[in-house]
Design a protein around this ligand. Structure first.
Ligand code: GLN
Ligand code: ZN
Length: 759
């Protein structure tokens, strides 16, 4: 049996590519120097794969920014605004990725979207009516040659034509039908060039086919691939899918002339069932994605080998593979020198997954149950320490329906809270964080490195809170915040205060371009050991007569931005976190905090790829998890939530069902279509659609804000409208923040005067 991976991390074990690219952006190094770093990274990745014994080593999985953008550029899909800059190819490429500013020129970047259900973002390529599709880059060929020079034969990968056609943004009148023939011709030329170079295996990544497909999609896929596959010459073509199963198109795939098909056995719930039902074509090789490419736990060799055995008995020719590219996991656990071995041995990052592939390969064709490798793996999995907490288990098990419903109805709360707070019309507030200025970050760093004591660290933060409250009073905001100076990150901060969580030092995963994230790991049962935010919030509240919002991250977001457990369901883990946050909510309430915001920034993010799964697989427990958090509050305690996007029109009922009192969301960059949905659905929750974009330092004028508020009032009951920015202010500077918030307050006052006394 052979082994394969779909792709490898590329940012560098110590994020070398990130740092070199950022230097290049600042003109501190030349492109040649950046290229050197890139070459080193590729060489190291290929060598690792080779040394581990991997059979299908992969090339063209490297990217200076994003693989989807690479595919677009390969076929000359470059909007005019970038071509007209007349830059070197690499700078044109970077201009697409991050925009281009020089003198009076200000060219916007392409927009960015989440890559399916991951936390990785791809650049949404744009195609214009006059875009001429043709082969335009030698990147894939160069990388293939580069590897061969090192004595390493690779399979080359590229995003396939179907996914490309489906995800591209069509800017003009033309659409898929107008471009597909040219694109197919360009892919054929691409294959032909590779054929001349002697490439043996070409991998087409087609994740789009794990989504719901209609008959047009299927027809398009077949048409495109019939043409391409009849021109594949001596090259073997591997159709690689990931992030789910291909239930809508499985049988069609069997009929097409692919040499290999890569299927996901981890997220593909129906993959086995499909094989069972329809068989697998004899002339093809099945690349069985059995090693999880997105999570970091050691593989169960027993489970993997059992599936492989089953496939073999069916006579299927299998290659063992990962379920997705390893881009979504960090490089190696060996770099975590501060993590105890008792934890470390349970994790497999990219390097360790290569070892797993090799180990399984070694024993796959033997009487493996007697093999040392097998026994060791069985032993390891059976001996996990310190992760069970009976009290947590019992608490989750004893959850009954009452915990999902707040004691008082929304209408009752609305009435009680109107009296309790007596807020003016168009109440003003912010989303939570205030600018994390250099001194805030320095203070945290000095504490972490032991330069200052905990007391000194906290004193500084208390001082910042004091200034922040004074500032908000001066600006005239109605509902205040403490500023979140104690947090570096909205998930990490809570994770650090919950047992069951583990943190890494170097386990970076690329999120987009040069940006990486370091998701914490949910190791075991999660419990709150002591109050987390109460000290900060009560101090802030003691300084003012105005209500100060307690500020928490919600359970779904905490879970979605962590590496989850695999031994219990995600639902169960989320409920554990929900109970921990519930305790915090009740402590805040008991300490006199009357308004509590529970952020669910990432709630929509993990919506399943198939619409049919939205509720049954996700929302049916995610929304209840949120309700657990606040259901124990008094009627007079006002619950806010916040989301970083406004595209929740399609799940609007679920959002209303969170049963918060107020929801704020990003809206200044959207077309406010969401407001129509809110109206049509009689959305009950009070709303704060963001009135200005916090992603840029631009200060919005009073008039701009009143204009957008007036638009909102046309569609919403003005008595339900709050006035706030799009999101937290932590990435902004102080000066622009103060100006923007003053304008926001003034805009609200203007409308308040107008609407006072109206009915
Ligand atoms: N309360 C958080 C903040 O203001 C919310 C951040 C977010 O939504 N991403 O920073
Ligand atoms: Zn936000």
């Amino acid at each position: 049996m052979k082994t394969s991976i779909i792709g490898f991390p590329r940012i560098g074990e110590n994020r070398e590519l990130k740092f070199a690219t950022e230097k290049y952006f600042k003109n501190k190094i030349s492109f040649e120097e950046l290229e050197e770093t890139a070459k080193e990274i590729r060489k190291s990745a290929w060598t690792k794969q080779k040394e581990s014994g991997l059979d299908y080593i992969v090339s063209n999985d490297f990217s200076y920014y994003d693989l989807f953008l690479d595919a677009a550029v390969t076929f000359n899909i470059i909007p005019k605004r970038y071509r007209e800059l007349n830059l070197d190819p690499i700078d044109t490429y970077f201009a697409m990725a991050r925009g281009y500013q020089k003198d009076d020129l200000d060219v916007k970047a392409l927009s960015m979207k989440k890559w399916f259900n991951t936390n990785y973002h791809y650049m949404v390529a744009e195609i214009e009516d006059d875009t001429e599709i043709k082969l335009n880059s030698t990147k894939a060929f160069d990388e293939y040659k580069e590897a061969r020079k090192l004595g390493i034969e690779t399979k080359s990968t590229i995003v396939g034509p179907f996914t490309l056609l489906k995800l591209i943004d069509y800017k003009g009148d033309k659409g898929i039908d107008d471009f597909k023939n040219d694109l197919v011709a360009a892919y054929i030329e691409y294959i032909s060039k590779f054929n001349d170079l002697g490439l043996k295996v070409l991998q087409f990544e087609e994740p789009y086919i794990v989504k719901d497909l209609d008959s047009d999609d299927i027809a398009l896929f077949k048409e495109v691939y019939r043409e391409i596959l009849s021109n594949k010459k001596d090259i073997k073509v591997l159709l690689q899918t990931y992030f789910g199963d291909v239930r809508d198109i499985y049988e069609d795939l069997q009929d097409l002339d692919f040499d290999g098909i890569g299927l996901d056995f981890i997220e593909g719930r129906k993959t086995l069932e499909l094989i069972e039902k329809y068989g697998f074509a004899e002339d093809k090789v099945l690349f069985a994605g059995l090693i999880n490419g997105k999570n970091i736990w050691r593989n169960s060799y027993k489970k993997t080998l059992e599936v492989l055995d089953g496939l073999k008995t069916k006579g299927i020719n299998c290659v063992l593979s990962t379920s997705s590219s390893l881009l979504h996991v960090p490089y190696t656990i060996t770099n975590e020198d501060e993590l105890d071995e008792k934890y470390k041995k349970h994790f497999a990052f990219a390097y360790e997954k290569l070892e797993e592939l090799e180990e399984i390969k070694t024993i796959a064709d033997t009487d493996y149950e007697n093999e040392e490798i097998f026994k060791r793996n069985q032993d390891l999995l059976a001996n996990r320490e310190d992760y069970l907490d009976e009290s947590v288990r019992e608490r989750v098990a004893s959850i009954d329906d009452s915990i999902f419903t707040r004691i008082d109805s929304f209408e009752k709360r609305e009435e009680v809270q109107a009296e309790e707070f007596d807020l003016p019309l168009f109440p003003t507030t912010t989303i939570g964080s205030f600018p994390q200025t250099a001194n805030v970050k320095r203070n945290r760093k000095r504490f972490k490195t032991g330069e200052i004591t905990k007391e000194e660290y906290e004193d500084f933060n208390l001082q910042k809170i004091k200034e922040c409250i004074a500032l908000q009073e001066e600006i005239g905001l109605d509902v205040l915040v403490h500023g979140e100076f104690e947090r570096n990150d909205m998930v990490e901060y809570f994770g650090e205060h919950l047992s069951g969580y583990l943190f890494t030092k170097k386990a970076w995963v690329q999120s987009y371009g040069t940006r990486c994230v370091k998701p914490p790991i949910i190791w075991g049962d999660v419990k709150r050991n002591e109050p987390i935010t109460v000290k900060w919030s009560t101090y802030a509240q003691s300084l003012t007569g105005k209500p100060v919002k307690g500020m928490l991250t919600g359970p779904v977001t905490i879970l979605n931005w962590s590496f989850p457990r695999e031994d219990i369901s995600i639902q169960e883990s989320t409920y554990q976190i929900a109970l921990a946050i519930r305790d915090e909510v009740l402590d805040l309430e008991a300490a006199g905090i009357r308004v509590i915001q529970i952020d669910e920034a990432a709630l929509r993010e993990k919506l399943p790829l198939r619409k049919t799964d939205w509720y049954s697989e996700y929302l049916d427990w995610a929304i209840p998890a949120f309700r657990i958090v606040h259901s124990g509050c008094k009627a007079s305690t006002q619950i806010h939530t916040h989301m970083c996007y406004s595209e929740f029109g399609d799940i609007i009922k679920a959002i209303d069902n969170m049963d918060a009192d107020i929801i704020s969301f990003e809206a200044s960059r959207s077309n406010l279509k969401i407001l129509d949905f809110l109206k049509e659905n009689n959305f009950k929750t009070h709303v704060g659609p963001g009135v200005y974009d916090i992603h840029s330092p631009r200060v919005p004028s009073v008039e701009e804000i009143t204009t957008s508020l007036r638009k909102m009032i046309q569609k919403l009951d003005y008595k339900k409208l709050w006035v706030n920015p799009d999101c937290g202010l932590k990435t902004r500077g102080e000066e622009e923040t103060v100006k923007a918030l003053k304008n926001l307050v003034e805009a609200s006052l203007e409308l308040r005067n107008e609407y006072q006394g109206k009915n």
